[in-house]
Ligand binder design. Sequence first.
Ligand code: HEM
Length: 565
Amino acid sequence: MLVELSAAAVGALTKLSRRAPLVVAAAAAVMAVMIVLRKPSHKLDREVIKKGREVPPRMPAPPIIGNLIPFGIDSAGFAAKGHAVYGDVFATTVLSHNFVFLNGKPNITRFMTASTRELSFSKAYEVFLGALLGHEEFTDTGKDVFAALTSSRIDAMTPALLDVTRRHIARRMQGSGGGVIDAGVFFNELVAVMSVTMVCGADFGLEHGPEFARLLHIFESDLSVFGNFLPFETPSMRRRKAARLAMYDLVIQHARRRIAKLKNTSMSAADDYFDRLVHASYYRRSDRESEAENARIASEFENDVAVVDLERLSDEERVTKVASAAFGLIFAAHTNTAASSMAHLGEVLRRPDCVEMLRRDFDEHLGADPIATFEAYLARVNAAPRDKPKEASPFMQMRDSHRILSETMRVYSRGGLWRRAMEDVELENGMVIPKGSFVTVTGHLVATNPALYGADGDRWDPERLTRPAGRRLAGDEVGQFGGKLDDLQSPLVRAADMQMAAFGAGRHLCPGRFLAYRIITQMTAQLLRGHDLEIEEAFSRWWIVPLGGTSRPVGSFRLRWTPRG
Ligand code: HEM
């Protein structure tokens, strides 16, 4: 899995080196052809210049591979250097594609608030991950996903999350004498079981969760996205695709069973998220679809209102549609959450006072029997009059835990947010990003902005987020804790100053962020409450994924544990 990145990379390189001359010659030849056939990025610029408009300044790049190597090794460092030389907007070439880097509030605001017609999230990710994930995954995120991740749905699944964690800990940490666990494997497996359970239901999660953990381990083990750009399949890409197909097959079979089970039933028969996906899958969402038709689909999903005028899908088409949505969500829920959990625990364990704060928060708000406490909370909320403000969940009151986790998310989410320009896009300074460019904002630069976080913005320091609730930054003040999760996560740029980009912002702000906080908070707290943990072996380094989200650990993370009395 993630932690075997270095081993996997070394293995792949060794195998490659034997055939290196052939592979390099073939790659160079095919890329040369690609360059001739494709529209090189400077030509994209020329189209804009012909219209009398200004394009972003260009960082020079070697022919064919462009700046692939410096960008691939340290994407955030590459962006920082580019901005230092060229200013808040610059362009360069990577494997013949035009990459445009944005920084500074007006440009980031433009990026976040652009319409999908201008800057498309799914079209960018389709190019980066399409070969690996399958092109059918790259439609815009459905409303069903947002509906599945509201705070009340997360509350409803919390007892199951607590229970899965409790059982996993009991299984993996048996005996009174303590021992050593590989925390990378531990979190990978636990988050896999949770993600599969959440998307496919409890029975499927219990039966297939461990198999998904094994396959996600392979699927996520070599994180370079550039294999997607190559005209041939690397061994790593073959291995990862096989893992994806094996997971996909399991989800397909599940979709077939559920579609048969739910035939001729109405939405009210939906037991869980997967059932709702099945119910929402009757119709094709065509490109011709108008806003009104979209709204009708959304209302059908919520209220089971009949939809006319849209093309009805066959059962097999529905199977593909449901399986593809389900698999996409399992992957989205797992990949960054597992890596963030490891980063979080690694930092917390170096600070005994933080360990105590997490334990105290959990004890205070969830007591000796967290499942019973949470179920009692759910019963009170369900019985409460609808016109009264909703009681805050015990988790939402765990302010120290959230503050400390937010600091982890800030420091470890260094990758870039990505869009593809679907048309020429004008920036506030009048420069035009040419149609077809990939456009990125570097999360690390947002999250370590010295104006907000001072000169040591790279350092993990949860104290920096202890300012009084609700205050805006003034003068040279650094950090704030606003109380609500989104004050610290990725506020809409219009609503507050940008503070971190761990979850993106604006139109594509991660809808799973609250669930991620819930999963990581309760996993860490349950682990710490029952055990004393010591780091036996820490990851050797963290690799910045060029895509949005958490950096990935390299090496092993082993913890020595002893039960607490
Ligand atoms: C610590 C954990 C997580 C991190 C760091 C994270 C980060 C991100 C980021 C950076 C984006 C792209 C935002 C952009 O480009 O503006 C994103 C999108 C997304 N995330 Fe997460 N995520 C996490 C957990 C989750 C979970 C648990 C789920 C689902 C249960 C989820 C579902 C999604 C989906 C569906 C999108 C696409 C949103 C869209 O199309 O508008 N994520 N996430």
